[in-house]
Design a binder for this molecule. Structure first.
Ligand code: FE
Ligand code: FE
Ligand code: ZN
Length: 276
């Protein structure tokens, strides 16, 4: 049985999220480590984290896929803001150590005119500094749509970050809306895209998936999510994904904003597609 889940609000704490996930038949989930559009983070509660871990263990959960704040840009042009972002990354990983063995995914960053090469260098520097602490968390770079000056719309850019950091503790989270918007045709040729991912990045690095449909045609570089089946990807593509032998066992997260009953419906669709 696959690991399917969705984005949950972290406002009630970790245990509450696990209970909510169970109530909608999810066995993984995602949450923002801090205000997604700001930088505020809640105070830590080790007891709550331990209770959450034990309930996840008893319930057979797959790894969680926490999400860094959208405002954390490791390659912003302003050096003070860049140092602040690198500090946020380290603080997030330190906090995630309360939930050991899980994933922390983030958007690599936007170089805002500095150029791809320079941006990649700055992302690499921040990651190298953060990973020296050896927190028990695997950091994931998200594949991006390539909107504006976003880094990560091309698999080769993620490869360059992985090479620059030179750590095995770094993985990739593939977002279906983003790769489609970036020009990887997972509708007509999912096998070809998986093969390309393997060739450029290596499938062993693929640790998580974001399952979002896209409101726009391929290569649009827009990054506008849609619920499963409501966009250009269509349910057939998600059937191919959840049934693909090379994607088995990888946590798959719905992250298009939805109410809980909506997420519950989408998870039941995924489980049905998987079983077909
Ligand atoms: Fe994301
Ligand atoms: Fe995503
Ligand atoms: Zn997106």
């Amino acid at each position: 049985m696959g690991f399917f889940g969705c984005h949950l609000s972290s406002s009630g704490g970790n245990l509450k999220m696990v209970e909510t996930a169970l109530s909608i038949d999810a066995n993984t989930f995602a949450f923002f480590t801090r205000n997604p559009r700001g930088s505020h983070a809640k105070t830590e509660d080790p007891k709550d984290a331990m209770a959450a871990c034990s309930l996840m263990r008893d319930s057979g959960f797959g790894p969680l896929v926490a999400h860094g704040s959208y405002t954390m840009n490791l390659c912003t042009a302003d050096s003070d803001a860049r140092i602040f972002a690198a500090g946020v990354l380290q603080d997030d990983l330190r906090r995630m150590a309360l939930l050991p063995g899980n994933y922390y995914n983030f958007h690599p960053g936007s170089h805002v005119g500095q150029g791809v090469e320079r941006g990649i260098g700055q992302i690499v520097d921040a990651l190298r500094a953060a990973l020296t602490h050896k927190y028990p968390v695997t950091v994931l770079l998200e594949t991006m749509a390539g909107k504006g000056s976003e880094i990560g719309g091309d698999f080769s850019q993620l490869r360059a970050i992985l090479d620059g950091v030179g750590s095995d503790d770094l993985g990739v989270c593939l977002d279906t809306c983003h790769v489609w918007d970036a020009g990887y045709d997972i509708v007509q040729d999912l096998d070809g895209v998986i093969h390309e991912f393997d060739r450029v990045i290596g499938l062993s690095r693929l640790k998580a998936l974001h399952l979002n449909d896209s409101k726009n045609p391929s290569s649009s570089k827009k990054d506008r999510h849609a619920c499963l089946g409501d966009g250009f990807l269509g349910l057939e593509t998600f059937r191919n994904i959840v049934k693909h032998p090379k994607l088995k066992g990888i946590p798959m997260i719905l992250e298009t904003p939805n109410e809980l009953p909506g997420y519950q419906r989408e998870i039941s669709i995924l489980r049905k597609l998987e079983a077909e």
